[in-house]
Write a protein that binds this ligand. Structure first.
Ligand SMILES: *[C@@H]1O[C@H](CO)[C@@H](O)[C@H](O)[C@H]1NC(C)=O
Ligand SMILES: *[C@@H]1O[C@H](CO)[C@@H](O)[C@H](O)[C@H]1NC(C)=O
Length: 285
């Protein structure tokens, strides 16, 4: 329960989807992490998977899952492209959404959303287009964002540079404690690395997203700083993601570098066996 508790706490604490999730339509109410006794998971997944077979097209209810899921992909994209230890984007609100089939190649969402920069508490309306390619091989959604200039221009260079200098010369990150811990707490010194881990994990969350997922960062299991290479700080970390739709908590290993000049570069990702091993082993696959 510790992890689930942390997820719920984190949702209340920092990520802005907690509000939108509680207002999502009847079909999705049961996906709140706190509402799930764990043994019910498998049935709910199957039921929802069946319900989701028919994709909404045309104008979407901005509070319902199809628009929210596509909008979440924009958040991952913005974090991956523009996030840093001191710049972290969240999805504040979906104002409108439209989905259409694109002849045999996939489905395209046009969205008007409010994006939130969590650290400076700044908000801006942005337009975005998210294209989910169809086909046997799952490809990353493609994202285009426009009219989002102000929030992307937010300047955190001096904080980034100070952190970089400290950890390049004088300090090393190494923690086997989960971020946040089961009480939702993060040591202030580790907060920039929590943010950085979210930014790096956005690479996975973007790549793995489909019209049937809604990924959030759940926890960092551990993070270890490796030797700096080519002026890039290098990190090895294990993260737990949370898909709100399936209630899965996939676990990934992630190797990445960061510097203020180059931003985040993901070098290697690897999905690890499921967190709830004990539950899964009890069931035939
Ligand atoms: C490194 O740390 C020591 C003590 O912790 C401090 O006195 C020194 O100024 C630091 N150097 C840099 C470059 O931050
Ligand atoms: C980090 O966590 C993962 C999974 O929880 C574990 O397999 C790995 O050994 C841990 N690494 C360190 C350095 O603690």
């Amino acid at each position: 329960m510790g992890l689930r508790r942390a997820i719920v706490l984190f949702a209340l604490m920092e990520v802005t989807w907690s509000l939108s999730v509680t207002t999502i339509g009847p079909k999705t109410v049961s996906t709140d992490a706190s509402a799930h006794p764990e043994p019910a998971e498998e049935n709910t997944e199957q039921k929802e998977a069946a319900e989701e077979d028919v994709m909404a097209t045309g104008e979407l209810n901005p509070n319902h899952y199809p628009a929210q899921r596509a909008a979440k992909v924009v958040q991952h994209y913005l974090n991956l492209r523009h996030g840093s230890p001191y710049k972290l984007f969240g999805l504040k609100e979906v104002h409108s959404g439209n989905a259409e089939e694109v002849a045999d190649s996939g489905r395209k969402y046009q969205l008007e959303i409010s994006v939130h920069e969590i650290i400076s508490n700044t908000k801006e309306k942005c337009s975005a287009e998210v294209f989910f390619p169809s086909g046997a091989k799952q490809l990353s959604p493609q994202v285009q964002v426009s009219s989002c200039e102000e929030i992307l221009k937010l300047d955190a260079k001096s904080e980034e540079e100070a952190l970089y200098q400290q950890y390049k010369t004088n300090k090393t990150v190494r923690t086997e404690k989960r971020l946040p811990d089961s009480y939702g707490h993060i040591d202030p010194e580790m907060t920039p690395f929590w943010h950085l881990s979210i930014v790096a994990s956005s690479f996975i969350m973007l790549k793995e997203s489909t019209e049937n997922t809604l990924y959030n960062m759940a926890q960092v299991a551990n993070i270890t700083q490796l030797a700096t290479e080519n002026d890039q700080l290098k990190f090895d970390c294990h993260v737990l993601l949370h898909d709100m739709v399936s209630q899965e908590i996939p676990q990934w290993k992630l190797l990445f570098t960061w510097s203020p000049a180059e931003g985040v570069k993901v070098l290697h990702t690897e999905q690890l066996p499921h967190v709830h091993e004990s539950e899964k082993q009890a069931k035939p696959n």
